[in-house]
Design a protein around this ligand. Structure first.
Ligand SMILES: [Zn+2]
Length: 385
């Protein structure tokens, strides 16, 4: 069986253009992974997700282990079959959601004991159990189990949390290898923690490199530290990571976060923003975000973004989508989610093209200028993409 791989084909400054290969298909990088939290990209069929240009999706260990349970999904043939997504799937470790959603959490050296936010039932997540759940789901890329460092955290708290995560990363690696995961072509990514402290990020980067992973993630960002602090952490951290392995910035972010992170050498992203915003009424466009619930859209016959190829922009007006949202019609969330995910995937395709052409700096300046201009006039054909 062909296993997991990564190759960089072009560079532009720190930015990389490449491919992640998995037994279930190839992912062009820089890549955006759509969030399939509970076994579905909300408001979209897998066929529609694929049509946006999405090549890899994310599944959530915490949600799926509680409902319908990883064991049930395994009995039914694994997550790919269960949700009808034949392409690559990355699963998170469960650590982040345990900290943000579960009740009565208790952290020890071994792991986290917690109560389900659904029914109060008691569960334990350890590095070994997280690897087992991700294996039962059939993930192509697994994430090491780690503790989500609270923000803000002082240096001592961030250091203690990071060092616990590094011990858990080592146990995750051992469990992953003992389960024979490499034989089925699966990959395990380690996660660099350490908050906003350069010395802790450096210590963590050395620790995960020492353990050795198929890819390296930067975690604990986009938690309220702000874009400048996030970019500063990336400036310090990405040069410390192996050049021949993919780098994944977890949970990020807004379009301008992604552009800046790609320029700092990040290859993979995930964020709930395009899909969640599709349900709350925010549209991302080449002229910046729009609140589609705003009254100014209710008589506007233009599409959300005239340069967009998605079905919502080809066939429907802002006025109609604004009406659907105001009427709480399901189709409003469906169309807006489809648009937002298409916008994100087209942004990634533009970034890949700019890296190939060696024009990422020009692209980024043009991107920032158009976002800052805002939605003043109709976007004429040929501008943007
Ligand atoms: Zn669109």
């Amino acid at each position: 069986m062909s296993g997991f791989g990564f190759a960089v084909t072009h560079t532009d400054g720190m930015a990389r253009r490449g491919q992640v290969t998995t037994p279930r298909g190839t992912v062009q990088t820089p890549a955006f992974m759509a969030c399939g939290t509970a076994g579905t990209i909300k408001a979209m069929t897998p066929e529609d997700v694929r049509a946006t240009g999405t090549e890899i999706i994310l599944g959530n260990t915490y949600h799926l282990m509680l409902r319908p349970t990883a064991e049930r999904i395994a009995r039914l043939g694994g997550l790919h079959k269960f949700m009808n997504w034949p392409g690559p799937i990355l699963t998170d470790s469960g650590g982040f959601q345990v900290m943000s959603l579960a009740k009565l959490r208790k952290i020890s050296e071994d792991g986290v004991t917690f109560q389900s936010h659904l029914d109060g039932s008691s569960h334990v997540l350890t590095p070994a159990r997280s690897m087992e759940v991700q294996r039962l789901l059939g993930a192509d890329i697994l994430m090491a189990f780690d503790e989500c460092t609270p923000f803000p955290a002082d240096h001592d708290v961030a250091a203690e949390s990071m060092r616990l995560s590094m011990r858990w990363a080592g146990r995750s690696r051992t469990a992953f290898e003992e389960a024979g995961e490499l034989d089925r072509g699966a990959a395990l990514f380690g996660i660099v923690q350490g908050g906003v402290y350069p010395d802790l990020r450096a210590e963590s980067a050395e620790a995960v490199k020492e353990i050795g992973f198929e890819g390296y993630a930067v975690g604990g960002l986009a938690v309220g530290e702000g874009q400048d602090a996030m970019f500063a952490v990336l400036d310090d951290t990405t040069p410390l990571l192996p050049e021949d392995k993919p780098r994944y910035l977890m949970g990020v972010g807004k379009p301008d976060d992604i552009v800046g992170a790609v320029m700092r050498g990040i290859d993979m992203f995930d964020c709930v923003l395009p899909t969640r915003s599709g349900r709350t009424g925010q549209a991302f466009t080449r002229r910046g975000p729009l609140n589609m619930r705003n009254a100014r859209h209710t008589d506007d016959p233009r599409p959300i973004d005239e340069a967009c190829r998605c079905p919502a922009c080809r066939s429907y007006s802002r006025a109609y989508i604004a009406h659907l949202l105001r009427a709480a019609e399901i189709l409003g969330a469906m169309l807006l989610t489809r648009h937002n995910l298409t916008y994100y995937q087209d942004l990634m395709a533009d970034l890949r093209g700019a890296i190939e052409a060696g024009s990422l700096g020009t692209f980024a300046a043009d991107f920032a200028r158009r976002q800052a201009e805002g939605d003043i006039e109709p976007i004429s054909a040929g501008v943007g993409r």
